[in-house]
Design a protein around this ligand. Structure first.
Ligand SMILES: Cc1cc2nc3c(=O)[nH]c(=O)nc-3n(C[C@H](O)[C@H](O)[C@H](O)COP(=O)(O)OP(=O)(O)OC[C@H]3O[C@@H](n4cnc5c(N)ncnc54)[C@H](O)[C@@H]3O)c2cc1C
Length: 333
């Protein structure tokens, strides 16, 4: 199988990092990268502090897919969706083409959890550069683009980071969460209260213990968000940050073992020989770790293994900096 290419599915940080690590070790093995988007390269963590950095969506793009492909000598199949994997034949289906692989690296990411409520179509979520560009475009079309009214659903890491970034840029932010405090799954109550106080001083309003029941579009193109306590919030944009769901459907349909993510062993190999997974789609031996440092660590070890030196993935301590400059915090991944 080694004359067949290593096929990487997905061009987020995980996909491109594997390509980079492979090329750092070898220029011989052909690599094909298949991705549902253009393959353009950007750093996802920068999306939730773009205002603080003074960056527009265009400024956040670091390289085109074509430039990345040339840099790492990769055959790029952009705007191409993998529709099935035939693990026994070592092939995958992309459109009407059957693509053979020697090894297949699944770097498919995770999809935003979609809320099921009336008017859900008016709700944005930001999980990639294209989502973010659409979100900023929507903000620019508000009656007063310098002071946009944003309702953010979910006071976890992504919701709090966007709340800080938008409020810091002069926008009016309300965070809605069914729980009683910010980041309740990641930090202790004391830090949570201090973060909330700091965000409140920046102008963020909180509606804890509430959920959105419906989003309605007004005649002027703005929205109202009906909350579970019967109150209503006016908004120019509604952003959902209620969580991500690892992309497991392709693997599952191929008979590959899946739990919360695509299960991999300590080398990053799935239950199908020659099929590997990392990044937000993977469930490592330690579980799902949807952060940058775990995928970088996995990519480094996996590249060695794919090129013939079996190398276990050993995760070091992996601090995650929460980008809330109003009250900066670091947690362990
Ligand atoms: C706003 C935000 C801020 C964050 N900040 C931080 C931070 O500060 N620190 C940190 O450690 N982590 C942070 N994270 C998490 C981190 O960015 C992610 O863990 C990481 O970027 C995931 O990369 P990935 O390549 O696994 O997934 P993705 O970037 O989601 O890439 C998945 C790729 O798979 C492709 N794909 C999916 N399905 C198919 C298919 N069927 N066929 C072909 N291609 C397909 C997609 O097009 C995409 O190219 C943040 C996340 C968000 C959303």
């Amino acid at each position: 199988m080694s004359e067949r290419p290593i096929v990487i599915a997905g061009s987020g940080l995980a996909g491109w990092t594997v390509a980079r690590e492979l090329r750092a070790l070898s220029s011989d093995r052909p690599i094909t990268l298949v991705t549902a988007n253009s393959g353009d390269f950007y750093s996802k963590p920068m999306l939730s502090n773009a205002f603080a950095q003074g960056k527009s969506p265009a400024n956040l793009l670091q390289a085109t897919g074509a430039a990345q492909a040339a840099k790492y000598d990769v055959t790029l199949m952009a705007n191409t969706t993998v529709t099935s994997i035939e693990a026994a034949q070592h092939t995958l289906q992309v459109g009407s083409t059957q693509l053979p692989y020697g090894d297949l690296v699944l770097a498919l990411g995770a999809a935003p959890v979609r809320l099921s409520l009336p008017g859900a179509a008016f709700i944005c979520s930001v999980n990639d550069w294209w989502d973010y560009a659409a979100f900023r475009d929507r903000m620019s079309r508000a009656p007063n683009p310098a002071a946009v009214r944003a309702v953010i659903l979910g006071a976890g890491l992504i919701g709090c980071e966007f709340a800080n970034d938008l409020a810091g840029a002069g926008h009016s932010v309300t965070l809605v969460d069914p729980g009683e405090r910010t980041l309740n799954r990641l930090i202790n109550e004391g830090d949570s209260v201090r973060l909330q106080t700091a965000l409140h001083e920046l102008g963020v309003n909180f509606r804890f213990g509430k959920t959105a029941r419906a989003v309605n579009e007004a005649l002027d193109g703005s929205y109202t968000v009906d909350l579970s306590d019967g109150t209503t919030l006016a908004a120019d944009v509604v952003l959902s940050a209620v969580g991500l769901q690892p992309q497991t459907a392709l693997a599952s349909a191929a008979g590959i073992e899946v739990t919360q993510g695509i299960c991999v062993d300590n080398m990053g190999q799935t239950s199908a020989p020659g099929v590997w997974a990392l990044g937000d789609c993977a469930a490592y031996v330690r579980g799902v770790m949807p952060y940058v440092m775990p995928l970088m660590t996995a990519a480094k070890a996996m590249a060695k293994t794919l090129l013939g030196t079996p190398t276990p993935i050993v995760f070091p301590a992996m601090p995650v900096r929460i980008k809330t400059p109003a009250y900066p915090l670091t947690v362990q991944a």
